[in-house]
Structure formats: C-alpha cells, structure tokens
Design a protein around this ligand. Structure first.
Ligand code: SF4
Length: 188
C-alpha cells in the first residue's frame, strides 16, 4: 500500500502551501488562517457563509473563527449581515476590497509558479487524482463534502443557465452553481 508515501507528499505540500500563504498574507498583515477564511468566504454560496459553516469547513474552533472574522472585518475585507428571514443568523459577506485581495493572492504566487512549470496534461492528471483522494477521504470518514451544485443530488437543471435547488427550494443561476455549499450531497 502507498498510504504512507501519499501522506508524506500531501503533508509536505500542505507545509509548502502554508509557507506560500504566510508570504502572500504578510504583505497585507494577514495570518494564513485569515487568508484561508477569506478564501472560503470568497467561494462559498449564500447558505454557507455563516461562522458555523466556516468552522466546519476549516476544522477550526469557534473562537479562532470568530477572532479571524473580527480581524477581516476591521480590515474592511468582510462585513456582517443579518439573515432577512432569521435575525439570529449572521452572514459574512466579502467586500470589494476583500474580493480583490482574494483574486490577487489565492492561489499564492509560489503555488501558481509550481503549476505553471507542469504541462496541461500533467495538471489534469494531478487534478483527477487529488479529486479522487478528496472524495475518498470525505466518504470513508463520513464528512461534509462542501462540493458545488454541479455534483449535488439536489440540483435540478431547468435550462442551460437556470437551475433549482430541491433542498432549499430556490432558483440558482450559473454563477451560483459554481460556489461551494455546506448542504452539498454527492449524486448517487
Ligand atoms: S443544489 Fe446542493 S450544492 Fe447547490 S445549493 Fe442546493 S444543496 Fe447546495
């Protein structure tokens, strides 16, 4: 079995990603975890932008997430909004400034450089293998998948650019279905 070798490679890559995130974040006075939270909030949908969802996605404590959101808010990168139907629920929205910082820094430049040195076919192979490993990790440990609508069993295609979520019963646009969701459940 290759378990140990796979683990060692992934662990080393995770360490290098932390180094590159630290470098990218330091230019803006952000810790890697703060960049991670901003990254998650930049790609999650309207059902997944709560402090609880951030906690579950990143596996961080409630305290760390709460402190991180405060820092991002102070820097003008996110803002809090109460849910229009349930005032007890708070959504964390990324501001224009936060969105620009995300676009400019994630993935970090060091990682982009590494990928650019690989051919398109090599990148496709790595993408497929990592996706397989991620799916297996989630399935075998009964974890939340945090996938996009494209692969969700609740997504119904109405036309080429309109969709419907059968779980939360709302229409979805093409841009909605590219965002990750805490309620996602794989087809089949
Ligand atoms: S279709 Fe699935 S992934 Fe998309 S919003 Fe609904 S539950 Fe979430």
């Amino acid at each position: 079995m290759k378990t140990k070798n796979i683990y060692n490679y992934i662990e080393r890559i995770a360490e290098l990603l932390k180094v590159s995130a630290r470098q990218a974040g330091s230019e803006h006075g952000l810790q890697p975890v703060q960049l991670e939270v901003l990254g998650y909030l930049s790609v999650c949908n309207q059902f997944s932008d709560t402090p609880m969802a951030v906690t579950r996605y990143l596996g961080q404590t409630k305290g760390t997430v709460s402190q991180t959101i405060k820092v991002l808010e102070r820097k003008g990168l996110v803002l809090k909004e109460s849910d229009i139907n349930d005032r007890r629920i708070t959504h964390i929205k990324v501001t224009e400034q936060g969105s620009k910082l995300f676009q400019d820094n994630i993935p970090p430049k060091m990682f982009v450089n590494a990928c650019q040195d690989l051919s398109y076919i090599q990148q496709k192979e790595i993408e497929a293998s990592l996706k397989l490993l991620l799916m297996s990790f989630i399935k075998s440990n009964n974890m939340k998948s945090f996938g996009t609508c494209n692969s969700c069993r609740y997504n119904e295609k109405i036309s080429d650019d309109s969709f419907y979520c059968k779980l939360v019963k709302v229409p979805l646009t093409l841009s909605d279905i590219a965002l990750i969701c805490i309620e996602h459940e794989n087809i089949g």
